[in-house]
Design a protein around this ligand. Structure first.
Ligand SMILES: [Zn+2]
Length: 282
């Protein structure tokens, strides 16, 4: 009997601690260092007594997190092609105000890639492939534009693959000598079939096979923070599925415009590709 009461007391104690922690869990935040460069994330702090302040950059809603009390923080994804200089966001609480920030210059390296044989079609796609690309474009862009309100606890990201990074973010790319879009993600080397893990809690918003991306998964981490996984071999999740940090979402492959087996990992913030490394804390 005594043992039972002891156990009960212990349980009540744990419950009380959990209750005390609850507001903090709801307001957990992502620790991000200010990297106000093209392809980086500007971190802007502000104070307000409003309980649900919103912020915008170029008309696009931004990720806002509460730090504590009346201290809030905005995370702004800066497009890769942004010219350095003074920019501003608009914060809307009881009124509307401008907050300025500075974007510094950053020079990304060049990368030259040669596609041979069957993979050559990815350099200059034929008419049939162009039609497919056109069909897929709105589906992909709609997924990147999703802005869901905060329902998930914000958290620092973990690496989706336990492997070395082969291509850094932002490289200026040339395919068979022709300039193409810069590298909008981080590449991880790995064997076909190696597991890919969810870097944080989220909801699967898109899965499918696309011309350039091959097998792809898009995960919504709320407030315009979206992560994408491309060139996958297998997809192990379904659209609408809620996933936890560390869940296996698929495996490494070389589908789509990939020269070898690897995972291309991309992260979007306010519809802008940012360097995923900024979100990882080890
Ligand atoms: Zn890549």
């Amino acid at each position: 009997m005594e043992k039972f009461t002891q156990k009960l007391r212990k349980l009540i104690k744990i419950k009380l601690i959990l209750l005390m922690l609850l507001p903090n869990i709801l307001w957990a935040s992502i620790t991000v260092e200010n990297t106000a460069i093209p392809g980086g994330i500007a971190v802007i702090n502000f104070e307000t007594n409003h309980t649900d302040p919103k912020a915008f950059y170029g008309g696009i809603e931004l990720y806002v997190q509460k730090i504590k009390d009346n201290h809030y923080q905005v995370l702004v994804g800066i497009p890769l092609l942004t010219k350095p200089g003074v920019k501003h966001i608009i914060v809307k609480d009881f009124s509307s105000k401008n907050i300025e920030f500075n974007v510094a210059e950053h020079n990304y390296k060049e990368q030259h890639i040669t596609l041979k044989g069957k993979k050559k079609k990815y350099v200059n796609p034929n008419l049939k492939h162009m039609e497919r690309i056109k069909r897929e474009r709105p589906i992909l862009s709609a997924a990147r534009k999703i802005f869901s309100n905060k329902k998930l606890a914000s958290m620092n990201f973990i690496r989706p693959v336990d492997g070395v990074t082969t291509s850094p973010f932002g490289l200026k790319r040339f395919y068979n000598g022709e300039p193409r879009r810069p590298h909008t993600g981080l590449d991880f080397a790995g064997d076909i079939g190696a597991p890919i893990l969810a870097p944080a809690d989220g909801k699967v918003i898109l899965t499918g096979n696309f011309f350039f991306n091959g097998n792809a998964v898009f995960i919504d981490h709320s407030q315009g923070l979206i992560s994408v996984y491309i060139h996958m071999n297998e997809i192990l999740v379904e659209e609408g599925q809620h996933i936890k940090q560390g869940d296996k979402i698929g495996t490494i492959g070389q589908t789509g415009r990939a020269t070898g087996a690897h995972l291309h990992w991309g992260v979007y913030l306010n519809q802008t590709v940012v360097n995923p490394n900024i979100l990882i804390k080890e």
